[in-house]
Design a protein around this ligand. Sequence first.
Ligand SMILES: Nc1ncnc2c1ncn2[C@@H]1O[C@H](COP(=O)(O)OP(=O)(O)OP(=O)(O)O)[C@@H](O)[C@H]1O
Ligand SMILES: [Mg+2]
Length: 254
Amino acid sequence: MITIRDIRKSFDERPVLRGVSIDVRDRETLVVLGRSGGGKSVMLKMILGLLRPDSGSISVDGIDVLSMTYPRLRELRFKFGFLFQGAALFDSLTVGENVALALRRGRAKDELELNESEIADRVSYSLEVVGLKNTERAMPANLSGGMKKRVGLARAIVPSPRYMLYDEPTTGLDMETADEINVLINDLRTKLGVTSIVVTHDIHSAFVVGDRFAILDGGITLTTGTRAEIESSTNEDVRKYISSSLSTSRTRLT
Ligand SMILES: Nc1ncnc2c1ncn2[C@@H]1O[C@H](COP(=O)(O)OP(=O)(O)OP(=O)(O)O)[C@@H](O)[C@H]1O
Ligand SMILES: [Mg+2]
């Protein structure tokens, strides 16, 4: 369970978040929708303690993130898999080495006592889960955008996280590849039983993967609810947000 209460953040006096509150229930996928520059990535970074809000509170499994000191924050981050906006792979490392990175960082601190063959097994399993079996030796430069996203996903799940944070998982992908990633997000939830937050401005993808939705607009949470609840909202700003996202997003032939 992740609880975000009334978080506020300004950069150089310019308010980005002006009171955002969101609850993420165990094993659900909550989608945060919002326009570009609205503070969605900032909010994800705050959950991991990578950025601090000016005020408000954030807790994970009932524990206050903002008062955690560094060793506790490290432990917290091990509970999370993070798919960064952009694939952010290291081009000089193989696919297998990229995926193993998350485990080696842990091993250095003896937080996960894994030997090389256990690391290789977990890397191989994670690649298999994302549909990239036996690609350990490939170099990122030779992969398509969709495959890079999958490697990013494999790297996120390799430490067996309880929580997954996806920052714009389908942005920049063609429609077919985006659909494949959405299927994978749903698969990971079933296979690994993770609790997820997906940040996106792609409302079609949102409806494919989300159980509940929060719309961030003007620095506040305009609304939170199921698809039926947000689509039947009588709030004028919510209705405007949904109709403008539907009209400016991709049109489907099916
Ligand atoms: N570390 C930082 N220092 C200063 N300004 C920042 C910092 N991080 C984010 N911002 C600003 O905060 C605003 C919100 O950024 P953020 O990246 O969270 O938006 P977003 O909703 O994720 O947008 P997008 O959909 O384009 O990814 C932007 O104007 C950005 O320039
Ligand atoms: Mg962002």
